[in-house]
Write a new protein. Structure first.
Length: 384
């Protein structure tokens, strides 16, 4: 026996975040049409409202790549607070296991991502099948059959008044109207799906030709960025050059890190000690770099664009204004060719920044310092 969890969170604008035991997904759409990403990869779903008829199409490789340490940590945390799970032969983790999984979740965000969208396949996809050119008269046919089978009573023949006959005749008119309404609904749903298919065709052709507006539409409507609260408090992704996507992430502050190191003693008991300062800030650096890698991975999955420029900012309260503010602590230009040569599951997130043009100042005893972020102009000058 296994337990399953699923929850859907609606967001204004037709967006929906789906949480389940298999992972996190995001989608966008309207009645009759929805497209999104999830544990099974990017898919488009079509349906005729009120009929039960629906079909879906895979928009990419259809698989989630990598494993999520964050999801495993949440499962372990839930198991620790819910001893009843032991009834289902799921071991309850101790503090050391939970601590280690927490650190792993913070520094392996880049291990998971969606498989690439195949825009050529989308551009070549056929339109949705149209409804039949004539309406189905199944309700009217049934009403007419009932009317033809009616036999008036003797009293009805003598008086010419047959209430049942009147009811059956009225039922024919009602059934005809219902058939017409059903066909009109099917046709409207088809036209709606056809419009969405045309949107995907235009978008796919725009993406394949490098049109910035089409690429931005993909980032706005199809990017899984709404589901990435674990990366930080806010994330903005946009096209700034035909060859460059630029992303700004306001990261989690260091409060996401545990202040204690939890481990086993030589006798098997649990030891809790204040985490060494250098270890503390090293983990935070890995967390920030892992988040940047994850953003680049998701951008490259939906857009084969040459460069993804990721900036990570640290949140703080401005002492002059008393208002929330931020300052950049990492700026890295991921080029797609180098990025896809990396074995993401094996790299050290902080060390991997050396593969790309970047700016980051890390001090062992105080963490990441403020830096001046890279700009697309800087990248163009370095290429000149």
């Amino acid at each position: 026996m296994s337990l399953r969890f699923r929850k859907s969170i609606k967001i204004p604008g037709g967006f929906r975040v789906n949480l389940s035991s298999r992972g996190i997904g995001a989608s966008w759409g309207v009645p009759g049409f929805r497209v999104g990403t999830g544990p099974s990869g990017p898919r488009a779903h079509f349906g005729l409202p009120g009929t039960g008829l629906h079909w879906s199409q895979n928009l990419g490789a259809g698989q989630r790549v990598g494993s999520s340490a964050g999801a495993q940590y949440q499962q372990m945390l839930a198991a620790q607070h819910d001893p009843s799970r032991a009834l289902y032969h799921q071991p309850i983790p101790d503090e050391v296991q939970l601590h280690e999984q927490h650190l792993r979740a913070l520094t392996t965000l880049h291990h998971e991502g969606w498989s690439p969208w195949d825009w050529r396949q989308i551009a070549a996809s056929p339109p949705p099948p149209p409804p039949q050119p004539y309406r189905q008269n199944h309700r009217e046919a049934a009403a007419l059959q009932a009317l033809q089978a009616h036999r008036p009573s003797v009293l009805g023949k003598l008086t010419g008044a047959d209430r049942r006959l009147d009811e059956l005749q009225q039922a024919v008119h009602v059934a005809r109207a219902q058939d017409e309404q059903e066909y009109a609904a099917h046709y409207a749903a088809y036209m709606n799906e056809l419009d969405r298919w045309k949107w995907f065709q235009r978008t796919a052709q725009g993406v394949l030709s490098g049109d910035p507006e089409a690429c931005q539409a993909v980032l706005d409507h199809l990017g899984p960025f709404q589901a990435f609260q674990q990366l930080g408090s806010s994330l903005n992704v946009c096209i700034t050059r035909p060859w460059c996507v630029e992303a700004w992430l306001t990261a989690n502050d260091q409060s996401v890190l545990p202040v204690e190191a939890v481990s086993y003693t030589s006798t098997g008991r649990i030891s809790r000690k204040t985490m060494p300062t250098q270890r503390y800030w090293s983990i935070y650096q890995d967390h920030v770099c892992s988040a940047a890698l994850r953003i680049a991975r998701e951008v490259f999955a939906i857009l084969r664009i040459p460069v993804t420029l990721v900036h990570v900012a640290y949140p703080w309260t401005n002492s002059q204004t008393g208002l929330p503010d931020r300052y950049p602590i990492l700026s890295v230009a991921f080029d797609i060719e180098t990025f896809f040569q990396l074995r993401l599951e094996a790299i050290d997130p902080s060390d991997s920044m050396a593969n790309f043009e970047h700016r980051m100042e890390h001090k062992k005893n105080s963490g990441l310092d403020r830096i001046e972020p890279l700009t697309p102009d800087d990248l163009e000058r370095s290429e000149a």
